[in-house]
Design a protein around this ligand. Structure first.
Ligand code: MGD
Ligand code: MGD
Ligand code: MO
Length: 775
């Protein structure tokens, strides 16, 4: 099992990136920027720029020229012969190649039929997924624009990454500090913090990826700098690998799902030891008295002591007392990975951490307070001037929105009510699924349920460059180009660069750009002017870039014109003069920078949330045990943690040498647990529970907490076809190691209705007899 990457030596890194030197056009993926070498009509090499991972970037030629590319439009035989209708045959039926015009006519006819006959909410077109980097050709954004222009659709709100936080934080912090890139910069931590506590850890594998695509990958260096200045670290995670190699950190390994109890107990300790900063609490927060009544046990008879938390987390109470001693003095930065809100009651972990930071009174001070996600995504906490990567405009949608993770419920239970963040949503009557730029058979939980939901649709249309598990389950498939086959502008507000993404190759096979496919459909449906506004690719890129030029004029920043950007390849946006400090303005002047919450302050008690009258939401942070966790497990059950893959972006890159397609995906287990189960390193095993079963390759890891299994997401979903065709095929063994056949589709709570994949119990057994490996 490859390691996650060491901390770098402490020489200044910040290599200047000069794409114009040495030739080769530049492009960008979510996993970093690269220079391309094209010979004889083939991309033969992609060289990483600015610290991107060489294996991931180096796999671009394999992606572009993959035998798994979709070469032309295809239509499912059963759909072609019988017309639209619910079907269990998706993914099994033959896919028949069709000419572009014929396929486009069929797709346009279906969009018109469904919108005309069933109204503006009958197409599920939220199309959640990362798509590719680049603003203009972002597949999901284009699809939503097209479906809005053509008559409306059911959109998905929120996401799988940050769903619970996205619902909670606006109530607690207001909108400004609630976005997933808001964080105190690492420059500030490196200069000021005495101690960092990272719940969920700081796993460098996650820093390889930034949504939108970053050129810099500064975090390993930043952590090393803070440590070199004398900042100490505590990592709270079941997995020792979540500590960057080379960092000396104190490791606490709790039961998954118990962090909220630890955090609340630290807050209780602050309160009862007299350490709580009452001046801060009075001036900047509301409701700390309500929280105090819960912490002390006045409200429910249970004081939230360190001993209470130690029993829940199953860690020595002395470890928590030592942690309290480390954070009671000095400048302390508290952080939690995004994974911690991707479990049942995930909202509470974030709220509790904010409350603890409020007690310590350092919110808004350099290097102190809290920020989420340093361990989750590249460039969280990078020093970047935001807003110079232009935004692709959407259009008003006459349809409706459902929470992103609730799409299977919508397909299965039309007309039912879903409680979400204080509202009641009536689930729409969906007739059609249209997906471009996402892979729900990768990202959704309880894939057996998703298969059943998918079968309810009358028509499914998918665009993808590759025959993914989702593309295989479509009625109409359009082959999309990859990033390498088109011009674009890319980057992310977390990073200090904008990239002109040069077209490296002509479209492969008969592939077309997503927006060209949608333009052709819009043409047929009479809404082309609304969709493309008469602009071609270059026209759009110029228009997008003019936003950045105008912003620069307003802010006194010199922005290159479009031709100049093309020539440069990568533009370095001038860095802000001061490192960012989350809520620094609010601390400096809480009246002038009032938070957009009902009270204008940080809400440790939220009347609004209490007013939703959800029985698990008393209105302040609270610990609830998940339904599935080690606290309720039988002796042979394990807690399955599904984390992000090391050298893939979700399901992307799986099919390349960087990815996991060489065998069933790895599952980490403690050697003691493996021995108890009679299992050996490298052995192919079967993970199973009531929801399903999948294969995995056993990987011994002495750094893992006993009773926990860690398995990355990202394997392409594939049922064992030898057991297929039966009524119970939605339960048939999954071969490639996709853990979402095991995870539960129960949501974080009614507040967030977000993905709660990380609360799942499973059993493990030897794989006997071994089925054919038909990856
Ligand atoms: N169990 C479990 N499940 C999880 C998670 C977890 O922690 N545990 N994490 C969740 C999270 S945080 C996320 S963000 C999701 C990610 O889930 P997704 O975003 O759905 O995963 P990707 O594999 O990135 O899917 C992107 C798809 O877009 C396609 N694509 C790439 N470029 C283009 C293009 O130019 N045009 C078109 N049309 N398609 C393109 C790719 O081939 C791929 O099929 O997974 C979630 N699922
Ligand atoms: N290489 C790579 N990097 C990525 C991605 C990728 O696909 N590949 N995806 C990107 C995306 S979309 C997102 S949203 C982010 C996600 O960022 P995260 O959600 O933070 O990432 P994960 O790897 O899912 O989880 C981080 C760690 O949390 C720990 N953990 C899990 N459950 C618990 C718990 O209950 N308590 C504690 N204390 N720790 C726990 C696990 O050991 C895990 O290694 O990653 C991004 N970065
Ligand atoms: Mo994500």
């Amino acid at each position: 099992m490859p390691g996650s990457g060491d901390l770098p030596a402490l020489d200044p890194v910040a290599e200047g990136v000069a794409p114009q030197d040495g030739g080769g056009a530049v492009s960008l993926g979510h996993w970093g920027a690269f220079r391309a070498e094209v010979r004889g009509g083939r991309l033969i090499r992609a060289t990483p720029l600015g610290g991107a991972d060489p294996d991931m970037v180096g796999a671009w030629p394999e992606l572009v020229h993959s035998p798994r590319r979709i070469d032309r439009p295809h239509v499912r035989r059963g759909w072609l012969e019988n017309g639209p209708g619910a079907s269990d045959d998706r993914g099994r039926d033959e896919m028949i190649p069709l000419g572009w015009d014929e396929a486009l006519d069929l797709a346009a006819g279906e969009v018109a039929r469904v919108q005309d006959n069933h109204g503006p909410t009958a197409i599920l077109g939220g199309s959640y997924g990362w798509s590719s980097a680049g603003r203009l050709h972002h597949a999901r954004s284009n699809l939503r624009r097209f479906l809005a222009a053509s008559g409306g659709f059911t959109d998905q709100v929120g996401n799988y990454s940050w769903g619970a936080a996205a619902a909670l934080l606006p109530h607690v912090l207001g909108s400004v500090a609630s976005v997933s890139h808001a964080a105190t910069s690492w420059d500030s931590i490196a200069a000021h913090a005495d101690h960092v506590v990272a719940f969920g850890g700081l796993n460098p594998k996650n820093w390889r990826v930034t949504s939108g695509g970053a050129v810099d990958h500064p975090l390993p260096d930043m952590v090393a700098r803070a440590a070199a200045r004398g900042c100490s670290f505590t990592v709270v995670s079941p997995l020792a690998q979540d500590v960057p190699a080379g960092l000396e950190a104190t490791l606490i390994q709790p039961r998954p799902g118990s962090d909220t109890a630890i955090i609340l107990a630290l807050a209780h300790e602050a309160l009862t030891s007299g350490r709580a900063d009452t001046g801060f609490l009075d001036r900047y927060t509301v409701g700390h008295d309500r929280l105090a009544a819960y912490l002390t046990g006045q409200a429910d008879g249970q004081p939230k002591t360190l001993d209470w938390a130690a029993a829940i987390a199953d860690v020595p109470a002395s470890d928590l007392r030592a942690l309290w001693q480390r954070i009671r003095a000095g400048r302390v930065m508290l952080t939690a990975s995004w994974s911690l809100q991707r479990g049942q009651h995930g909202e509470q972990t974030y709220w509790a951490l904010i409350a603890l930071a409020a007690m310590l009174g350092q919110i808004g001070l350099p290097g102190g307070g809290f920020s989420f996600g340093y361990g989750s995504m590249g460039s969280v906490g990078a020093n970047a001037r935001r807003g110079y990567v232009p935004a692709f405009p959407g259009l008003a949608n006459r349809g409706m929105q459902i929470p992103a993770a609730a799409f299977a419920d919508a397909l299965l239970h039309p007309g039912e009510t879903l409680a979400f963040d204080g509202r009641d949503i009536t689930l729409p009557d969906l007739r059609m699924i249209y997906w471009a730029g996402g892979n729900p058979f990768h990202h959704a939980q309880d894939l057996g349920k998703v298969e059943a939901a998918w079968a309810r649709a009358e028509t499914v249309i998918v665009h993808d460059p590759w025959w993914t598990s989702t593309a295989q389950r479509a009625d109409i498939v359009f082959p999309a180009t990859t990033t390498a086959e088109r011009a674009d502008i890319g980057g992310t507000s977390r990073d200090r660069h904008v990239v002109y993404m040069a077209p490296l190759l002509p479209p492969q096979g008969q592939a077309r750009n997503d927006r060209d496919i949608l333009t052709a459909l819009a043409d047929r449906l009479g809404c082309r002017a609304a969709f493309d506004e008469g602009l071609d690719e270059t026209g759009w890129l110029r228009r997008l870039w003019s936003q950045s030029i105008a912003k620069g004029q307003a802010e006194g920043i010199e922005v290159p014109d479009f031709e100049e950007l093309k020539r440069m390849g990568i533009w370095d946006v001038p860095a802000p003069t001061e490192p960012e400090v989350l809520l620094g303005d609010f601390r400096a002047d809480p009246m002038a920078h009032m938070l957009p919450t009902p009270s204008g302050r940080i809400e440790l008690f939220s009347k609004r949330i209490a007013g939703f009258a959800y029985e698990d939401q008393p209105g302040h942070p609270v610990f609830h045990a998940p339904d599935e966790w080690l606290g309720s497990a039988e002796s042979d059950q394990f807690h399955l943690v599904t984390n992000q893959p090391e050298k893939q972006l979700h399901s992307q890159l799986w099919q390349t040498s960087a990815g996991m397609s060489g065998g069933p995906a790895p599952v980490r287990i403690h050697p003691g647990d493996a021995a108890r189960q009679g299992l050996a390193d490298g052995q192919v095993v079967r993970l199973h529970n009531d929801r399903g079963e999948c294969r995995a390759t056993l990987c011994l890891d002495a750094g893992l907490r006993r009773g926990v299994l860690v398995m990355p997401t990202g394997a392409w979903f594939q049922r064992d076809s030898s057991r297929d065709g039966s009524a119970s095929s939605h339960k048939a063994l999954e071969l490639n190691g996709n853990p979402n056949v095991l995870t539960s589709d129960r949501r974080t709570s009614r507040l967030g209705q977000a993905c709660a994949a990380l609360s799942a119990l499973v059993r493990i057994a030897p794989m006997d007899p071994a089925p054919e490996n038909n990856t």
